[in-house]
Design a protein around this ligand. Structure first.
Ligand code: ADP
Ligand code: MG
Length: 362
């Protein structure tokens, strides 16, 4: 390395970006989490200008429906709004860099598993607008495993389930390679929608933000923790006026059950696709949960009971992907070993999207 390169490496803020469907997190190896904001942008309806990004945009949600449109550009795991995604990435990277020395960073980004090449390109372009030196991509599940503290370089298998807002990513990894991986469109949003629908059956209308609150306050998997009913405000659809309703925890869990079943089925499919010897080792290595969904009480126990594999929740599950990405970037060896997989992984994900599952092994 030349002196210039060494100096640059010393001052260069290498950053990992987790472009999640619900939250975007920016992490640097030496400064920790720099930015963590909702993946949301707000448009002014009259001229389609973007007036707020991140937390500020989420606060506008549903407040002024006619004049301001609040969009989640990555909702569902695909980029539905390229301009919004572009502005989101650029703004949050700028925000993360504002407190750092003005040296172009190296960036590693994680996109939702089912993102297509075109979507990766769009993200890359957005990142490029923020002026990095280099940009790399790594699948979210791989970053999640590293961020959760799992060793993906050894022969012992590491299994991770990352439950985000729009997607759940499941992977078994060894020797910096992917043994089996899948990405399904089930996540926190699925639960929120199910809770809205379940309450509508009781003739009570609530919005997605209230449903999310209910999920966080009263959601669980497995055995009921025995909490008091949670009171929410909304529209009483029988009397056609605003009202309050005390919602039982079992009603919330009932609404969430289908989504949890779908996640469990996807986990079984991955275990089925993993060679039996590795599955045997997984019984010792265990499964780690990351992403916001990992915080659902009882979920780890439920997955452990259904798969017979011990399951734990990672520390700071919401930061795992960004942390993992940053740490991968900080260890050139791991990055180098992961790189040959990147292209094949994109193709693998695409085949998933169009529904032709090929078997994928190292
Ligand atoms: P993404 O990676 O897709 O951006 P995150 O990993 O940031 O998603 O997780 C966001 C999701 O996790 C949201 O759907 C949110 O409602 C959910 N979530 C956050 N905290 C909790 C909690 N304590 N219990 C249940 N769900 C939660
Ligand atoms: Mg995520």
């Amino acid at each position: 390395m030349t002196i210039g390169a060494t100096l640059r490496a010393t001052f260069s803020p290498d950053i990992g970006i987790d472009l999640g469907t619900a939250n975007t997190v920016v992490y640097s190896h030496d400064a920790g989490i720099l930015v963590s904001e909702p993946s949301v942008v707000a448009y002014r309806t009259s001229d389609d200008a973007i007036i707020a990004v991140g937390k500020a945009a989420k606060e506008l949600d549903g407040r002024t429906p006619g004049r301001i449109r609040v969009v989640r550009p990555l909702r569902g795991g695909t980029i539905s709004d390229f301009r919004g995604a572009h502005t989101l990435v650029k703004t949050l990277v700028d925000r993360a860099m504002s407190a750092r020395p003005r040296v172009a960073p190296r960036v590693i980004a994680c996109v939702p598993g089912c993102a297509t090449d075109i979507e990766c390109k769009a993200v890359e372009e957005a990142i490029r607008a923020a002026g990095p030196r280099t940009t790399e991509f790594v699948p979210q599940a791989v970053a999640a495993a590293v961020g959760a503290g799992l060793d993906i370089t050894g022969t012992r298998p590491a299994m991770v389930i990352d439950i985000g807002g729009g997607t759940t990513e499941i992977a078994v990894l060894t020797l910096c390679g992917v043994v089996a991986m899948s990405s399904i469109k089930v996540g926190g949003d699925t639960f929120d929608t199910a809770i809205v629908n379940r309450l509508r059956h009781e003739y009570f209308g609530i919005g997605p933000l209230t449903a999310e609150r209910l999920k966080i306050e009263r959601g669980y998997a497995g055995r009921a923790p025995g909490c008091e009913p949670y009171v929410v405000a909304g529209t009483d659809m029988q009397q056609l006026r605003p009202g309050k309703r005390a919602v039982d925890e079992t009603l919330v869990a009932e609404a969430m059950r289908d989504g949890i079943d779908r996640i469990a089925r996807a986990v079984w499919a991955i275990l089925e696709a993993t060679p039996p010897d590795l599955v045997g080792e997984l019984m010792e290595a265990g499964i780690v949960l990351t992403g916001g969904g990992a915080l659902i009480p009882g979920l780890a126990g439920e997955i452990a009971a259904r798969t017979n594999v011990p399951t734990t929740v990672a520390d700071d599950p919401l930061g795992c992907v960004a942390r993992g990405a940053g740490e991968i970037l900080a260890s050139p060896d791991v990055l180098e070993r992961l790189r040959p997989h990147a292209d094949r992984l994109t193709r693998w994900y695409q085949s998933l999207r169009i529904g032709m599952r090929e078997s994928y092994s190292r």
